[in-house]
Design a protein around this ligand. Structure first.
Ligand code: 1GP
Length: 231
């Protein structure tokens, strides 16, 4: 399947470590979202990732894996997104884990399916921020500088502004998006209503909706109803 991330406006992120019923998964996969991203910070294993992939594969929706650890690299996804945490203070999350994984699998990878994501993690309370020792006290200028690095120095196709768990500063997101020339700005964090989805979609290129799937499915499904004109 040819998957073009540049066409994505809305993505649902499913965590292999969390339970979702067949009925809820059915509604998510048929919601009209542009893609399902599979990923999580903790408890992601080969087995729970394979299980979730097999269930999602019953539907036509594109399905991509955001790789969070080396043990959970499962073949069969449409794309493999590789997070590089630009504001991590621990080099392992910028290139250390990547080096180890590529040492092991580099020769057999299909690089056309690999998409690096330049992450900027901004909610210091999020488990991803703690795990990666992210320096989250950043202003819009800092975020824009990381975004330019990802876009122009490293030619990453995605800059991901991650507020996981809280709804972020949309002015910062807007300003960060505005400095990008080639990369797409993905925004995730605290989108729990159509109103917030629309607000985030005005600032970012692509919005990612996670948590609310598990706490209020009806609200989650509402977030797909974006105005799809424009970028
Ligand atoms: C998490 O960016 C996603 O990685 C979505 O965030 O779970 O807060 O919706 P939420």
């Amino acid at each position: 399947m040819i998957v073009d991330i540049r066409k994505w406006k809305h993505v649902f992120k499913l965590d292999p470590d969390r339970e979702i019923s067949d009925e809820h998964l059915d509604r998510i996969c048929l919601s009209g979202t542009d893609a399902i991203m599979v990923g999580g910070t903790t408890g992601v294993t080969f087995d729970n990732t394979v299980d979730l992939l097999a269930r999602i594969r019953q539907y036509e929706v594109p399905c991509v894996l955001e790789i969070s650890n080396r043990d959970a690299i499962v073949p069969g996804f449409d794309l493999f997104l590789i997070p590089v945490v630009l504001n991590s203070m621990d080099p392992d999350w910028i290139l250390g884990h990547h080096h180890e994984a590529i040492k092991e699998y580099g020769a057999m990878l299909n690089w056309d399916e690999i998409v690096p994501e330049g992450y900027i993690i901004l909610n210091g309370e999020a488990s991803a921020a703690k795990l990666t020792s992210a320096k989250t006290a950043l202003d819009a200028k800092d975020a824009a500088a990381y975004a330019r690095m990802a876009d122009k120095l490293f030619h990453m196709p995605i800059v991901y502004v991650e507020y996981s768990g809280i709804f972020g500063d949309m002015e910062l997101v807007r300003r960060t998006q505005s400095v990008l020339e080639d990369a797409r700005l993905f925004y995730g964090g605290g989108i729990d209503s159509l109103e917030r989805a629309r607000e985030a979609a005005e600032a970012a290129d692509t919005i990612v909706v996670g948590n609310i799937i598990y706490s209020d499915l009806e609200q989650a499904l509402q977030t797909v109803n974006l105005d799809r004109t424009g970028r």
